[in-house]
Design a protein around this ligand. Structure first.
Ligand SMILES: [Zn+2]
Length: 533
């Protein structure tokens, strides 16, 4: 072998070594400089790599995720979303007094059995702290107390303050606008009591074995247009008042062409009351969905582990199935599988989710914690995937009420099985959380990427109960319906044809809005992330 060739090889090796050293040095410097760089610094990559930097600490995640477009909160109980702090203010405005022994506001005169004025309450920091502790999970100590019992007791303390529904609505809208949430489906009663009373009065005798007879008794009332008008009037006045408060206190709006957040409503059927009452509530709820576009779906509330919930479940599913066929198959959403062994025998968990889907006609379910105890887990998951039944995930709530956290939560099981999921608050004020914080928990606990978080945001609007064709083809977020194919391009503007479609399809409008918000968010990330008025 000629010597020159040998030396050439040694030169090559030396060159390679030198090159490698330079690369390593540059690489280390890049890593070092990125480690000390905020995620909004210039020239450090796209939104996805900035998000990986934001994962270094919770405050950075909050900074990133508070402004990231999140779509919708689909699982939000209005009464659990209003903070005790504001309940106290409402109680003072209404001249209520406060009973420290029961943690409740009252009409009883001050001085009677230790009752004090609400004004005195706010000057007594320890008494005020005791109220906040009792009326939220702030006062729940996992090692010594049952979160489930503490949670369900909070509603009585909150309700005693008699905070108006319009005030609560304005509070929740403003909080969600601040977090770039554009759509809410709120659980609250969206019609006057007169509707339920009229249905109840028509139902003279109720036999759960003869639903045809029950329906025959109430059908004329259900079809009476007077109730549709009453519901529309009720919502008009609620929204006008909430809109007034929003303008006055936050310079925001709920009404008009460009509301800060679009709100739709979801009546609640009570699991624990009689089956007759359940039937009446279900008829009233389905009337509202049929007659009033702002009422889009219904739900069932109260603890699933309660004795009555267990005993009545099969009949309740039969009632929903029966009425759904007679009242235009309204979208149905059900809490299902909010159960753990600590709170419930295993038997109800064997089919709670599957029956809610197949018989209760649920298009979405809330929580779905007990999925692993279903008789046919794989079949149930397959049905949910095929039908696109979304699971509303509520991480803080599940941790507080059920003690379910980390890998005890089925979040990843649903994702691996291809079942759509969304992130939700459940009762944000009681949990002392909000939608941003729920995204923070999900992202850090399950190491989710930016793209995965956008998928969760898109899932929320795609599985809303709104009618309309929407933006995506076959739930594939990579395939956009025409003429919206280039909606993710920076300089997109709607054509006349696109504008007409947008004007007639709220779901499409919200989805296009989300895509445009994502474009704006990423541009802001690349240009300093300042908030411009
Ligand atoms: Zn709930």
């Amino acid at each position: 072998m000629p010597a020159s060739r040998f030396f050439l090889r040694r030169d090559h090796v030396a060159c390679l070594m030198l090159g490698l050293a330079v690369l390593l040095l540059v690489g280390c410097q890049t890593v070092d400089s990125r480690r000390d760089t905020p995620f909004w610094a210039p020239d450090i990559g796209d939104a996805a790599s900035r998000f990986e930097l934001a994962k270094r600490s919770q405050p950075e995640l909050i900074t990133f995720l508070r402004r990231m477009p999140k779509g919708a909160d689909l699982h939000n109980h209005l009464s659990g979303a209003s903070y005790g702090e504001y309940v106290v203010t409402s109680a003072i405005e209404q001249g209520l007094n406060y009973d420290p022994a029961r943690h409740k506001f009252t009409d009883d005169p001050a001085g009677n059995n230790g009752v004090i004025t609400a004004e005195k309450l706010i000057r007594d920091s320890s008494e005020l702290a005791a109220y906040y502790d009792a009326s939220s999970m702030r006062g729940w100590y996992p090692a010594s107390m049952n979160g489930h019992d503490h949670f369900f007791a909070t509603f009585d303390y909150l309700r005693s303050g008699d905070r108006g529904k319009a005030e609560m609505l304005a509070e929740v809208v403003a909080r969600n606008a601040y977090q770039n949430v554009t759509y809410l489906e709120l659980m609250t009663s969206p019609y006057p009591k007169s509707v339920r009373k009229a249905v109840g009065a028509a139902l003279i005798s109720f036999d759960p074995g003869d639903l045809e007879s029950a329906w025959a008794q109430v059908q004329a009332v259900a079809d009476d247009p007077v109730h549709a008008t009453a519901t529309a009037d009720y919502l008009d006045s609620l929204e006008r008042e909430a809109d007034r408060i929003l303008h006055e206190q936050h310079d925001m709006s709920l009404l008009g062409d460009d509301p800060d957040v679009v709100v739709r409503y979801m009546p609640q059927l009570l699991r624990k009351l009689s089956l007759e009452r359940f039937f009446v509530d279900a008829v009233a709820a389905m009337m509202a969905i049929r007659d009033e576009p702002r009422v889009v779906t219904l739900n069932m509330v109260q603890p699933e582990d309660a004795m009555q919930s267990r005993e009545y479940f099969a009949t309740q599913m039969r009632i929903l199935d029966f009425l759904s066929q007679r009242m235009g198959q309204p979208p149905i959403t059900l809490h299902a599988g909010e159960l753990v062994l600590r709170e419930s025998p295993v038997e109800p968990m064997r089919d709670r989710i599957s029956r809610s889907v197949t018989q209760g006609q649920a298009r979405r379910i809330g929580h779905g914690i007990s999925i692993a105890w279903e008789d046919d887990v794989v079949g149930t998951l397959a049905t949910m995937r095929e039908r696109g039944v979304l699971v509303e995930i509520c991480l803080s709530s599940n941790e507080g009420i059920l003690g379910v956290t980390g890998d005890a939560h089925p979040f990843m099981l649903y994702r691996r099985a291809g079942v759509p999921v969304s992130i939700n608050t459940d009762d944000e004020a009681i949990s002392r959380s909000n939608l941003t914080m729920e995204f923070v928990i999900a992202a850090s606990r399950y190491d989710l990427s930016y793209d995965e978080l956008l998928e969760l945001a898109r899932n929320s609007l795609e599985s809303s109960a709104l009618p309309g064709a929407g933006l995506y083809i076959d739930r594939d977020y990579g395939r956009l319906r025409e003429p919206f194919g280039s909606v993710r391009k920076t300089d997109w503007a709607p054509s006349a044809e696109a504008q007409e479609l947008l004007d007639n399809d709220l779901k499409l409008r919200l989805q296009v809005g989300l895509e445009r918000e994502i474009v704006a968010f990423e541009r802001s990330l690349a240009t300093g992330f300042r908030v411009t008025p």
